[in-house]
Design a binder for this molecule. Structure first.
Ligand code: HAM
Length: 422
């Protein structure tokens, strides 16, 4: 039997990959406008980074990591998300950028051992940004705005921004007691996961699909925020309003990662079956200190947007993605000498910045014309041995059907001028 791709992964093939490139180009272009610089970190890191960063009691770390022991007996994990690695690199390379804010972005594969379904994969891709060094709620709003603008400029419709404040660790400690008290009477009826969450991470019960029926009337964290959290949260909302970013408050929003403080948010959109979250993020004051292992904390805020989910929503909503540029010219050489000359010409075409192709299968002219057609060539240039002797080449525009004979000497330049004017 032939070998197949691992479950929950995808081959991104020509025809589809152009859409990815379009979305990635938009991400890069937007980061330029918002002044975020690219960072690339390893796809595997020491397992401890994610235990410390993402949190020991999260589903991601408990159940979903691809963890292995390398030949040097070190426990390594494929990154399940981007933030922990970027924070590690920020600390390790002292990217403090002071007195400025350090603003970074990344696009790349992440790995989670989850049950695959529409929009959920074991290898997926995130576009993420992280901003370090500012407690100003203006930057929380900037991060939310970047994600919203990204979706909007790609043409996604009806994207909803949901925001919440998940408070600080001390706020959460007291909220935890309220939530445990609330769920105590039904503790035995909760699903197995939530029974263990009850002691270890009770806020996550609110996020459980199975136990939603028990969450009705549960105390919300928003009711238990302290003054500092309330002021911060209100300021984020005021900035979003000023930037004309529509948002919805969701006091039940708890994220699947432990590092969030203050602002937490998600983007929702319809079109991918049971899944409606297409991106999310939040503030994570304390995470840098936790990963640095000292008291050298720096505040941070960021987001991660799933690329597969964007493409699925774009397809479901019928949003047209601009087609990739077709081939500029297909060269056909009839006869041995002409075919050889085409090899030389093709290199000239490519050096002139045009895209070109020729036949390498000794096919007849008709088959070569068909091949040019399949590759959507804008022009076909035909060179016979006679024409070669006369120093001419005949060029056909596949768009208009017009045919003309050009001097071979200036052919590449003339073609380049034509294509620029198409
Ligand atoms: P997250 O909510 O775990 O956050 O993931 C962000 C996005 O990645 C999701 O909204 C979804 O679009 C996509 N995603 C997650 N898991 C899968 C999967 N199995 N298959 C396909 N897509 C998936 C984070 O990862 C945080 N690091 C975001 C962040 C950055 N917070 C602050 N900075």
């Amino acid at each position: 039997m032939s070998i197949q791709k691992p479950k929950g992964t995808q081959d991104l093939l020509p025809g589809e990959i152009e859409k990815w490139q379009y979305v990635e180009n938009k991400a890069r272009e937007l980061c330029r406008r918002f002044n975020y610089k690219e960072i690339r970190t390893p796809v595997f890191e020491s397992t401890e980074l994610f235990q410390r960063g993402v949190g020991e009691t999260t589903d991601i770390v408990e159940k979903e990591m691809y963890t292995f022991v390398d030949k040097g007996d070190r426990s390594m994990s494929l990154r399940p998300e981007g933030t922990a690695g970027v924070v590690r690199s920020y600390v390790e390379n002292k990217l403090y950028g002071e007195p400025d804010v350090t603003k970074l972005y990344y696009i790349g594969p992440m790995f989670r051992y989850e049950q695959p379904q529409a929009g959920r994969y074991r290898q997926f891709h995130q576009f993420g940004i992280e901003a370090f060094g500012a407690v100003d709620p203006g930057i929380d709003a900037e991060v939310i705005a970047l994600g919203y603008t990204f979706y909007k400029e790609l043409g996604l419709k009806d994207v909803v921004v949901e925001i919440n404040s998940v408070g600080t660790p001390s706020v959460r400690a007291s909220y935890r007691e309220h939530i445990q008290r609330f769920f105590a009477p039904v503790k035995d009826q909760l699903c197995k996961d939530c029974q263990s969450r009850y002691d270890r991470n009770p806020m996550r019960i609110l996020d459980c699909k199975i136990d939603q029926k028990f969450c009705e009337g549960a105390p919300t964290i928003t009711e238990h925020l302290d003054e500092e959290c309330t002021v911060h949260f209100q300021a984020v909302q005021d900035y979003l309003t000023a930037m004309e970013i529509p948002y919805r408050l969701n006091p039940r929003l708890v994220r699947g990662l432990d590092y969030y403080t203050h602002t937490a948010f998600e983007y929702k959109a319809g079109g991918i079956g049971a899944i409606d979250t297409i991106g999310g993020g939040g503030r994570y004051n304390g995470l840098v200190g936790q990963i640095a292992g000292g008291n050298n904390d720096k505040p941070g805020v960021g987001l991660g947007l799933g690329m597969e989910r964007i493409l699925l929503v774009l397809a479901a909503q019928g949003v047209e993605i601009p087609a990739a540029k077709p081939l500029d010219v297909y060269l056909i050489g009839l006869g041995e000498a002409a075919d050889k000359e085409c090899v030389r010409l093709l290199q000239q075409v490519r050096l002139a910045g045009l895209s070109g192709e020729k036949d390498y299968l000794s096919r007849k002219m008709k088959a070569q014309m068909k091949s040019a057609d399949r590759q959507a060539a804008a022009f076909v240039a035909i060179l016979g041995d006679d024409e070669l002797a006369r120093g001419e080449i005949s060029v056909k525009s596949m768009l208009t059907g017009e045919q003309e004979t050009l001097p071979l000497s200036g052919f590449v330049q003339t073609l380049a001028d034509r294509i620029r004017n198409v």
